[in-house]
Design a protein around this ligand. Sequence first.
Ligand code: SAJ
Length: 438
Amino acid sequence: MNAPFDATAVLGRKALSHPAPDHQVAVIGLGYIGLPTAALLSSYGWSVCGVDVSQAVVDTVNAGGVHIEERDLDKLVRDAISAQTLVAATEVPTASFYMIAVPTPLGDNNTPDISYVEAAARAIAPKILPGACIIVESTSPVGTTERVAAIIAELRPDLVVPGEHRGDHTGEDADIALAYCPERVLPGRIVNELVHNDRVIGGVTPACAERAAVLYTSFVKGDCLYTTARVAETVKLVENSFRDVNIAFANELSMIADVIGVDVWDVIRLANRHPRVNILQPGPGVGGHCIAVDPWFLVAGAPQAARLVRTAREVNDHKAVHTENRIRALLDAAPDGKVALLGLAFKPDIDDFRESPALEIAEALSHTHGDRILVVEPFTDELPKALADKGAKLVTLDAGLRQAEIVVVLVDHTAFRHLTPHELAGKLVFDTRGMLRR
Ligand code: SAJ
């Protein structure tokens, strides 16, 4: 295991002035991180090839389009394609930098599945020339960058790979560089945060961090902070676990408040007036592909030690079940009424339904009460099939308010925030986000 190092001394301003031997970057995976990063890099003068296994994604991008909703992304991609600084392909090209931004889903028993990262490493290996730098950005269990090094070393015995000790090689004289540089951008603010957030650059060796820094310092206006690959991998998991644990505290408070009969929003608002207390907001659970997933990677790495992190995950998952049960009680209290579920996305003002507790709750309710469910979701034109098949209907906010006796706020989209007490008069209202209190 590498000890953390302070590469700042090694790097100084030198990295900033080091021109890359050429300006070719291959970004593997054109998803929520890969596509914005690819387009942004091309706007900073790099010649970028975005690689994806999906021909449909490649065709969309090459036509100047986007397959995901993200603020400012459509223009960035359109401009990059028309300037011919970005192309998409299904095959990995030869490049000076390879950035891996593929999914790392949860496998069986909440263990990490890094098979897409491994496949990317295998696809890159035959293309590598000496001097290339391979950067993993995908959220990954600790040790993944070393695994990538092992795959490259196995497939390319002609190269000296850092971290792979052969004979007298310490890695400092390696033929290629390998680094882990986690993304930390917030969906909905990705393009802005890619440029302005501080970045952690974890090299397998200090020389690797120095090489990876050439890419990041070309577009990052925040600080670039240097460390080892293992520390950088851990930092990413810790950031999202920190948030998960803190949201779990808020969600647990909301369930305690239900039992003891106090208003959780009042409790949090008043407790937060203490100078050293800052409680987050309860909701229907925690969603998205990051916070609801990454803490499990930390648990998998140290199952006996990660007790709080595991419990937080369980509390946040349970909050969705608790919310579902409270809605069921309302359906029982108004047996002839319909329920308007406001929002399906995992958080406000995005079209992303991944791991969304709102969607999970709507689907669970639809199994028993499909014909009583009206969904209001301004970020979609059609309901997910699982909901539509059970008889749930997608309606406008006005129609939902007109037809429903029960109104449940699952997502605090801006489009819902103007709701007035007058519009909700006479209805059973359950506001899981505290939106109506703001
Ligand atoms: N949530 C609450 N209460 C809160 C805050 C959030 O219930 O007070 C819920 C949201 O509704 C949502 C979930 O938590 O369901 C996660 O939303 P989020 O806005 O906290 O985070 P993400 O998943 O959109 O993005 C996170 C960010 N990580 C941190 O803030 C530590 C982002 O910076 C990461 O880059 C991203 O994960 C990622 O890709 O890992």
